[in-house]
Design a protein around this ligand. Structure first.
Ligand code: ADP
Ligand code: MG
Length: 622
């Protein structure tokens, strides 16, 4: 059998690659402008004709190229910007793939004129469909000029796919503006069909913004500056009164490169807090300077998305600095800046652990209070107990009730003996059955506590699940929930199906205290959670919630609200294996016995079992 695999000719390979890099005239504009910047130019001119379909020309006064470089620049993977993979993590240039010129040359007629400083003559190259048609010395001024004629002339399908001139021009202008805004220290001009569209002198960032968007912008802007170990921020946001009905001018630049980032966008929007309604959008122009090794720009061929190593801290810093900027300019004296005044302490990941999770105490009920004669070591608990005393119910009666329903379970626990011994010995060591509640956590799973007539073993996870379940159920009924704002809002990326599901149950999720916004097709930013939920595990909690929700609807056919309360209680409950402090155990037990049905989970599984002192005594032959 004859072999059938062969290597594609370069021209074909380049043409295929071009599909990735050059989708429309605006993509070629971007690549050429970026090359001109990388060449160290300080004056760049863009000329287009017929919305870039017949001509795109970029003229710069940068380094220029030698004859050999000029020829090589059109080869695929030919670049002067990186030489090894490590360089990828220390990029200071726009380009690095060495694909743009090869791609453009594969699908257009290109004329290059370039000259290096100090040389008398430059080089002219004409290349069409990857084929060099002409190469000769020429007279030229220092720098480079690329003329791209008849883009997609040899790929009719792509050419036909191009939109009307106004649409394509809009794309070109967008690219031009992004590049021009990122480089106020370079003069840019743009001509369309011989009309001057932009003529931007070198200047400050503010001057550049005004140059691009018009004089009226000057009064709209509030400066934002912040410098931290992680990132340096410089830029402007619009005063709230100039907010727009649509996402207008919203620009992030990272190391002078325009990027899109829904998460960071949320940080700015969030900083405006109540200053803007949901339908209003601020304008912003924010430059972030960040150590190139802390970002990865290599994730998208057109490179408007980048990955940050420490996105959450950057989020917090942006939000805080924008808030401060708005506050400083007395735009919102009512904003609360107390918590976030400055960055004297360098922001680091340590801050993520600022909030300790707590379990809320129900001060109205304490089943143990009749047995309490002394407050426990914890003064909070003492106070809570004192306050609860009036309303306390008789603990024994709860126990009576409970005893009937759990005898069976008790009998099913043969290995309990060993544990029993430990509990009792710990109590007897204290030599004080009247000293109040003694709580002991065993195997990071069970809480042991003593009663007059015996002792209880509480399953910490199930107990917490019961507590949360009742809380969530009543919140869903009353539509009253308490929410804690996250210091570091979290983006969660879901599968399409899960995103769809989350959308569907969003009203209920919000009623439970979640604050979330959809920021992409399948991604959400969570900026607040029910106060019962631990801040560290939000993504996990939500994922588990969705999992549990799906399971419950399939297997138990639970109705939506019931399902949600059950699922969230399951996913947010403290798990076995988790160490509990005495205070946490106290709160948990208090809350459990404040429940309508403390003894079991909604599915009937027990939360508590009780053991009788008499039985124990018998075992010792008393
Ligand atoms: P990349 O920018 O990823 O390196 P390109 O295909 O865009 O790849 O360009 C290839 C090479 O051609 C660049 O690395 C650079 O050395 C050279 N080059 C391109 N445009 C210019 C220019 N305007 N001035 C000087 N050199 C240029
Ligand atoms: Mg390039």
């Amino acid at each position: 059998m004859s072999d059938i695999i062969h290597l594609l000719p370069d021209s074909v390979a380049n043409q295929i690659a071009a599909g990735e890099v050059i989708q429309r005239p605006a993509s070629a504009v971007k690549e050429l402008l970026e090359n001109a910047i990388d060449a160290g130019s300080d004056n760049i001119t863009l000329v287009i004709k017929d919305a870039g379909k017949t001509l795109i020309q970029v003229i710069d006064n940068g380094s220029g190229m030698s004859e050999t470089d000029a020829r090589l620049s059109f080869e695929r993977h030919a670049t002067s910007k990186i030489s090894c993979a490590d360089d990828l993590f220390n990029l200071n240039t726009k380009g690095f793939r060495g694909e743009a010129l090869a791609s453009i040359a594969a699908i257009a007629q290109v004329e290059l004129k370039t000259k290096k400083e100090g040389l008398d003559l430059g080089t002219k190259i004409i290349i069409e469909g990857s084929e060099v048609k002409e190469q000769e010395p020429c007279s030229a001024s220092k720098g480079t000029s690329f003329s791209i004629k008849n883009l997609f002339y040899n790929v009719p399908a792509r050419r036909n796919f191009l939109k009307s001139n106004p649409v394509e021009i809009k794309h070109i202008i967008d690219e031009f503006q992004r590049v021009a805004l990122a480089h106020p220290n370079i003069a840019f001009s743009m001509y369309n069909a011989e009309n001057e569209v932009f003529n931007l002198n070198k200047g400050s960032f503010r001057q550049r913004i005004v140059g691009v968007f018009g004089d009226k912008y000057n009064q709209k802007l509030v400066p934002v500056t912040e410098s931290t170990d992680i990132v340096t921020i410089e830029g402007f946001v619009s005063k709230p009164e100039f907010a727009k009905k649509t996402r207008g001018e919203q620009y992030f630049f990272v190391n002078d490169r325009f990027i899109k980032n829904a998460y960071l966008n949320h940080a700015v929007q969030n900083a405006y807090d109540q200053l803007l309604s949901k339908e209003q959008f601020p304008s912003y122009f924010i430059n972030l300077k960040i150590d190139p090794s802390k970002i990865d720009i290599n994730i998208h061929p057109t490179k408007t998305e980048i990955k940050f190593e420490d996105e959450r801290s950057i989020y917090a810093i942006i939000r805080t600095s924008v808030k401060q900027a708005l506050g400083k300019y007395n735009i919102s004296p009512t904003l609360d800046f107390e918590q976030e005044t400055s960055f004297d302490i360098p922001l680091s990941k340590k801050m993520e652990t600022v909030k300790a999770p707590t379990i809320k105490v129900n001060p109205n009920y304490n089943p143990f209070s009749t047995e309490v004669s002394k407050p426990s070591n914890s003064s909070t608990n003492g106070a809570i107990r004192a306050a609860a005393k009036q309303e306390s119910k008789n603990w024994e009666s709860l126990y009576d009730d409970f005893e009937k329903s759990t005898t069976e379970i008790i009998e099913q626990q043969p290995q309990q003996k060993e544990v029993e011994q430990q509990v009792i010995s710990s109590n007897w060591d204290d030599e004080d059955t009247e000293r109040g509640r003694t709580l002991l956590q065993l195997h990071k799973k069970y809480i042991f506590t003593q009663l007059k007539s015996g002792y209880l073993i509480i399953d910490q996870q199930r107990a917490h699940e019961r507590v949360l379940y009742e809380k969530f159920t009543s919140q869903l009924k009353s539509k009253k929930s308490s929410s804690q704002q996250l210091l570091f809002p979290e983006t969660i990326e879901l599968t399409s199906a899960d995103a769809e599901l989350l959308n569907e149950i969003k009203p209920e999720i919000v009623a439970l205290g979640f604050v979330m916004d959809k920021v992409g097709r399948n991604s959400f930013v969570v900026s607040g959670v029910p106060s019962e939920i631990k801040e560290q595990n939000i993504k996990q909690t939500l994922e588990k919630l969705l999992e549990q929700f799906k399971l419950n609807s399939n297997e138990l056919k639970l109705e939506k609200q019931e399902n949600l309360a059950t699922s969230l209680a399951r996913s947010a409950s403290v798990k076995a294996g988790h160490f509990l402090t005495t205070e946490e155990m106290n709160n948990l037990v208090d809350n459990l016995f404040a429940c309508e049905m403390p003894y079991s989970l909604p599915n009937g599984k027990p939360t508590i079992i009780s053991l009788n002192l008499d039985d124990l005594n018998k075992q010792f032959n008393y």
